[in-house]
Unconditional design. Structure first.
Lengths: 91, 274
């Protein structure tokens, strides 16, 4: 698991403008150099925030992706997908 | 001897500065902060301690402290692209170093931060409460966002340690303290409303916390504010710990004001006793 790398990617999308532009232009190429598992790479490119959340990625950071609709994650799409997770806070 | 003169609890919602810039000084949010700012001005602190939670901006998960204190001559922010003015603010480094040493002496192994900037959680409250940035600030960071969180009792005790440190400070100094944050807030998690990226899932908890603080029921507050309970109120619900640490500094006092913010997951509180 390299949840850290996904969290870092989200943070870098906020702080690193060149990286953000690269993510908009060609997401697969932009994340190619990152230390991600094949599953994480697939989940990111599919915008599968439910799986990323369940793997332990921090939702505050994941939600950054909606600011620029990265990986196809508009706010409505993100919101719909994140509702699919099992919320462990409710026991 | 330095003395604690007031405590304040406010939210740090990142879009509030831009909202108030659009809607003007008579808007609801502007008036809520102005009500607290009036008390800041009257209490006339020489220094403000700010209990804050870093949103992975000053620190990141490669190196994320449970507790940290800023010891420097100045800091700046916001460092997280919050749409608002950029500020530089002085840090009373000798006092901050003294608080750090005193806290460690009392069993709080608090991380040292030098050469740091701060995010919206420090700068949004200051923007509204001390807009000229003339009051030096000691930021104390509490992990309220990345579980496991420190316990409410531990954060209250940290506040008590800070209070003791201030009372040992030999020079005359008026010290105010701010707790920054929300009670119920979900960002990017499954409790957001359909179609939204954030929301306030637990209005009942938000109201209940205000009742506990109004009645100075600190023991009940510390018993009830478990990590599980705070996070049920939203994945940002751990920001309550900043208020709890502030209350540890303030001691046993009922608030002078506790103003709810309709439809939101936070409140505006003022503690003064002289």
């Amino acid at each position: 698991m390299s949840v850290y790398a996904v969290n870092k990617l989200c943070r870098d999308a906020l702080h690193d403008l060149a990286f953000r532009e690269a993510l908009k232009r060609d997401p697969a190429a932009a994340i190619a150099p990152l230390d991600l598992t094949a599953e994480e790479r697939d989940a990111l490119l599919a915008g599968d925030v439910a799986r990323l959340y369940e793997w332990g990625c921090h939702p505050f950071l994941l939600a950054y992706l909606t600011r620029w609709d990265l990986f196809g994650l508009t706010v409505p799409v993100y919101s719909e997908r994140i509702h699919a997770v099992r919320d462990e806070r409710n026991g | 001897m330095a003395e604690i003169v007031a405590g304040f609890g406010v939210p740090h919602t990142p879009h509030f500065p831009a909202l108030v810039a659009r809607e003007g000084p008579q808007s609801e949010v502007a008036l809520l902060y102005a009500g607290v700012a009036k008390h800041v001005a009257e209490a006339a602190p020489d220094v403000l301690i700010v209990f804050t939670d870093d949103h992975f901006n000053t620190f990141f998960l490669d190196n994320f402290p449970t507790f940290a204190i800023g010891v420097a001559d100045a800091t700046s922010g916001p460092n997280d692209q919050t749409p608002m003015p950029q500020y530089k603010v002085a840090v009373p480094s000798a006092l901050a170093a003294h608080i750090r040493a005193a806290a460690i002496d009392r069993g709080f192994d608090i991380t040292l931060a030098q050469n740091f900037s701060v995010d919206h959680a420090v700068i949004v409250p200051l923007h509204f409460l001390t807009p000229h940035m003339k009051i030096p600030v000691v930021p104390i960071f509490i992990n309220g966002l990345a579980p496991p969180l420190p316990s409410a009792r531990r954060c209250y005790a940290l506040g008590q340690a800070v209070r003791a440190a201030i009372e040992q400070w030999p020079q005359s100094l008026r010290v105010g303290v701010i707790g920054s944050g929300s009670f119920s807030l979900e960002i990017g998690g499954p409790q957001v409303p359909v179609g939204e990226r954030s929301g306030f899932p637990d209005p009942q908890w938000t109201a209940h916390l205000q009742d506990l603080m109004r009645d100075d029921r600190i023991d009940d507050l510390l018993d009830e504010a478990t990590t599980a309970r705070m996070l049920r109120a939203g994945n940002i619900g751990g920001e309550l710990l900043n208020w709890i640490a502030m209350l540890g500094v303030v001691g046993k006092h009922k608030p002078r004001a506790m103003i709810p913010h309709a439809g939101q997951g936070h409140a505006f509180g003022v503690w003064r006793w002289s």
